[in-house]
Ligand binder design. Structure first.
Ligand code: FES
Length: 112
């Protein structure tokens, strides 16, 4: 029997390497994990569709915490990269992905 598939609208990755941790990534990780569960945005909760995992260094260590996201949009893979991520910003990104809206522009860097 194959693994159970859960609807996935996008994947959030939060860097938990040393430099991002020194800039508050641990607290953000706990807060975001709890919020995604409480708001039923996590893929394993009813109606949720977000995958959220931690990652190693995402290559922007001086600007952390760094959050990256990937999703399919209009038939292509869209990526979003965020620096100095706060809890409110992370939730905006999460909601945009879940609701299939535009990703927020604030503190976004890289390709758009
Ligand atoms: S330590 Fe987070 S981007 Fe390098």
């Amino acid at each position: 029997m194959p693994a159970k598939y859960f609807k996935t609208s996008g994947h959030l990755l939060l860097c938990l390497n040393n430099n991002c941790r020194a800039r508050g990534a641990d607290l953000l990780h706990v807060a975001l994990t709890n919020a995604l569960e409480n708001h039923k945005l996590a893929y394993y909760k009813t109606g949720g569709s977000l995958r959220f995992t931690t990652s190693g260094c995402l290559g922007a260590c001086g600007y952390g915490p760094i959050l990256a996201c990937y999703r399919e949009r209009n038939g292509t893979l869209e990526e979003g990269w965020y620096e100095n991520v706060t809890f409110p910003l992370a939730m905006k990104v999460a909601r945009a992905i879940h609701e299939e809206g535009d990703l927020p522009d604030e503190q976004r860097y890289g390709p758009k």
